[in-house]
Unconditional design. Structure first.
Length: 162
């Protein structure tokens, strides 16, 4: 089977036949509208978030399948807070652009769990908190680094589940 893979990043539920998908799918001789509709159906839960996808097309039969990746952690945090960007100056910039509850941070970690290289939920939560630091997002009104130390010390194990 000769398969072509077309990777792209689309906004959840809002893929279109324009770039990057249309020009890549056009020469394949496939039903572009059907593929776009399937992508939008599969990514609808990520509305407003950029999502990595891959379209696999069998050149002989024109059959296709779509793989939806996990949105970047930063995109999930920004969507949760309703912000478009993190702070400009990196982790040393004192500006706070939003405050995320630890409960929401745990939800994001659960959504990412199994789709990253972390060995458990606590490690994934630490990644989420690290992303909060980079974006300029506080957690429960505190610097995310402090919350990460508390997580490491076991202070929030009841919320995390161990």
């Amino acid at each position: 089977m000769s398969e072509t893979i077309i990777p792209a990043i689309v906004e959840g539920g809002k893929a279109s036949a324009g770039p990057p998908l249309g020009p890549a799918l056009g020469p394949m001789g496939v039903n572009i509208a059907a593929i776009i509709a399937d992508i939008n159906k599969q990514t609808a839960a990520f509305s407003g978030v950029k999502v990595p996808i891959k379209v696999f097309i069998d050149k002989a039969t024109k059959a296709y399948r779509i793989e939806v990746g996990s949105p970047p952690t930063g995109e999930l945090i920004k969507k949760e807070l309703g912000i478009e960007k993190g702070r400009k100056g990196g982790a040393e910039d004192p500006k706070v652009v939003g405050d995320l509850s630890l409960e929401k941070a745990v939800q994001i970690a659960k959504a990412k769990s199994g789709k990253n290289l972390s060995k458990n939920l606590k490690a994934t939560l630490n990644e989420v908190l690290g992303t909060c630091v980079s974006l300029g997002v506080s957690v429960n009104g505190q610097d995310a680094r402090k919350v990460r130390e508390e997580v490491q010390a076991g202070k929030h194990d009841s919320l995390i589940g161990g």
